[in-house]
Design a protein around this ligand. Structure first.
Ligand SMILES: [Zn+2]
Ligand SMILES: [Zn+2]
Length: 219
């Protein structure tokens, strides 16, 4: 059976409801193999990453689930995104996500473009109505685009899937979980992919190959 990999989740280290342990426990029960805890950061709190790394040591040492430390650069000035991504890496973040230009929030224009040009970024989350040029740059720089399981952010999943497949960029299907009810099974993630217009094969690539590639690259 395929195990779920979710590389975009929030804990109490930012605005998630759960401690890393409960998040990991619930993910494990729902059949996750790997999760990344990617709490929101900007310059004010990027220093939290070593605390997160410390917090997940016990989980990784004792439970049969792989928890990766990450960060989601969120609503930061576009001029600071590069610097923040580098800093997050230096502090040990394995998965660096940028909070993209979702239609659901007033994310500053230009965030998508900066994110796809940044070598330290792994995933551009919920990129809204991203344009084709940025999708091509994402492909060239090996930045994955997210199909989102989250209400509001998911409004443009069809657009992202269509352009993503056309250009051949890596797609991932992540939940952006903040609460216990946000976590989903592999089967539910598959339905989100199919609902976005991806074929069965494209969905499997987004659920298995693409996230594994990111994890391997940053190991
Ligand atoms: Zn949040
Ligand atoms: Zn998020």
């Amino acid at each position: 059976m395929n195990k779920r990999i979710d590389l975009h989740m929030h804990s109490l280290f930012s605005d998630g409801e759960l401690l890393p342990s409960e998040l990991a426990r619930r993910a494990h029960v729902l059949g996750h193999d790997t999760i990344a805890i990617t709490d929101h950061i900007d310059s004010s709190n990027v220093g939290v990453i070593p605390n997160l790394i410390h917090a997940i040591e016990d989980i990784n040492d004792n439970w049969d689930i792989n928890v990766l430390p990450g960060a989601e650069i969120t609503h930061a000035p576009v001029e600071a995104i590069d610097k923040l991504a580098r800093k997050a890496r230096e502090l040990g973040a394995k998965i660096v996500v940028v909070h993209g230009e979702t239609l659901h929030e007033p994310v500053i224009e230009g965030t998508n473009s900066v994110a796809v040009n940044c070598a330290d970024v792994d995933i551009l989350a919920h990129p809204g109505l991203i344009n084709k040029d940025d999708v091509e740059i994402a492909k060239k720089n090996d930045v994955a685009l997210e199909i989102s399981g989250r209400k509001g952010h998911s409004l443009t999943n069809g657009h992202v899937a269509k352009l993503g497949v056309e250009v051949g960029v890596n797609l991932v299907i992540d939940t952006d979980s903040h609460s216990p009810d946000d976590l989903i099974t592999f089967q539910e993630a598959k339905l989100i992919g199919l609902g976005s217009g991806l074929t069965e094969r494209e969905v499997m690539k987004a659920l298995v190959e693409s996230p594994k590639r990111i994890i391997k690259k940053r190991r």
